[in-house]
Design a protein. Structure first.
Length: 360
């Protein structure tokens, strides 16, 4: 049951003046959605992506939507980045590039520190010396670790105590970015940055131009949809005895297009000297069971589930208090109906059964 999803059009009047934007990780899931939105708003975009986890086909899908320049390079390649920042007169950087699998980060921590932290340090060194005046970093709720029930919903002042190398690798970048902001302020050179702590990102471009294609897939909604599409036998529910309303884990699912709008809102609002942090989520917790039920409704397939053991380090509930970003930027999630979020992801999967490898 693939069907049209109608949402209010994005309000382009809120966009800042056209900029030259460097998007690291722009061939990946969230980065490609951000590039699409930036191009449509008339910004000039340079993508830097190794393609280690991204897709050339995503870049191709973005062509024709505006002025796009793609460079296959590591964002930690200082020489390449310095050259690009100057050549493209970049004023804004959106830094999405990272490895993002929590489990893999536990198995291979150095890979995460080297790529997520190490490469980001080189990027920041190049940015610190450049004319870039706005920097937005993709941080994560994983930097909060396991905030107990006293910290729910999670505000930005919740202590950051990550429990895995992925979360730690991102927290270090947050701290280094603040150091760059201070350095630039001391040198009286305009700069502002934002650290956006995303919760669980889901869905796809409602028009189906780009979508989510991870291998392996670790996100719950696409995993459930893969089961609906017959690409998995069943979905394992890790823990059904948590202290949550239905016993399964609860997370905060924010639609990728809303997340992109939060970046645009931050780009617009930042003022010289700012070093801001905002949670980006709906503020609403959704359980694993509710996701499964939604996937069954949207797809019409009675997806099978297997009850599994709890996974170590999986907190029962993680959802944010989004009031700071609402009050500061006027941003709040527009895709609040779970079935609507799932529908966008399902539409993408129906038209791209092999992800970007599909001939469409
Ligand atoms: N997806 C989520 O639910 C979620 C939640 C919280 C935070 N985040 C953060 O959002 C960002 C984007 O996540 P995503 O889901 O789009 O991931 P993704 O894997 O789809 O995209 C990441 C992209 O970065 C590229 N990349 C990785 N290391 C690179 C490097 N050193 N130089 C250049 N390119 C590099 C990959 O090839 C890939 O195209 C990440 O920083 C992640 O930590 C994601």
């Amino acid at each position: 049951m693939c069907s049209a999803v109608r949402y209010p059009a994005f309000d382009v009047s809120s966009l800042p003046e056209p900029s030259s934007v460097l998007v690291t990780g722009g061939a990946g899931y969230i980065g490609s959605h951000a590039v699409l939105s930036l191009l449509e708003a008339g910004h000039r975009v340079t993508i830097v992506d190794t393609l280690a986890r991204g897709h050339l086909a995503a870049v191709e899908a973005l062509r024709g939507h505006g002025e796009l320049h793609f460079v296959q390079a590591d964002c930690g390649n200082q020489d390449a980045i310095r050259h690009l920042l100057q050549e493209q007169s970049v004023d804004t950087v959106l830094h999405f590039a990272a490895y993002c699998y929590v489990g893999e980060s536990v198995q291979e921590p150095l890979r995460y520190y080297a790529n997520n932290t190490g490469a980001s340090m080189h990027l920041l060194m190049a940015v610190a010396d450049s004319a870039v005046s706005r920097f937005i970093f993709s941080s994560t709720c994983s930097t909060y670790g396991e905030p107990g029930p006293d910290h729910l919903p999670i505000t930005e002042s919740c202590p950051q105590q990550p429990i895995n190398p992925y979360g730690r690798s991102k927290l270090l970048v947050e701290q280094a970015l603040s150091a760059v902001a201070r350095q630039r302020q001391q040198a009286d050179r305009p700069f502002a940055c934002a650290r956006l702590r995303y919760f669980n990102v889901a869905g796809a471009d409602p028009a189906g131009r780009v979508g989510e294609d991870h291998d392996p897939e670790t996100h719950l909604i696409p995993i459930c949809l893969q089961a609906a599409a017959g690409r998995r036998d069943a979905v394992t529910v890790f823990g059904t005895d948590y202290d949550t309303p239905d016993g399964t884990c609860v997370r905060d699912y924010v639609h990728v297009s809303d997340l992109v709008d939060a970046h645009v809102a931050a780009m617009t609002a930042l003022e010289d000297g700012d070093d801001r942090v905002w949670n980006v989520g709906t503020g609403h917790g959704t359980s694993v069971r509710e996701i499964l039920d939604s996937v069954r409704r949207v797809t019409g397939v009675d997806v099978s589930e297997i009850q599994g053991e709890r996974r170590p380090g999986d907190p029962p509930s993680l959802f944010c208090d989004p009031s700071r970003i609402r009050d500061d930027l006027g941003w709040s999630a527009r895709h609040v109906e779970l079935d609507g979020i799932v529908q966008t992801a399902w539409n993408w999967m129906c038209t791209h059964p092999e992800g970007y490898g599909s001939a469409v």
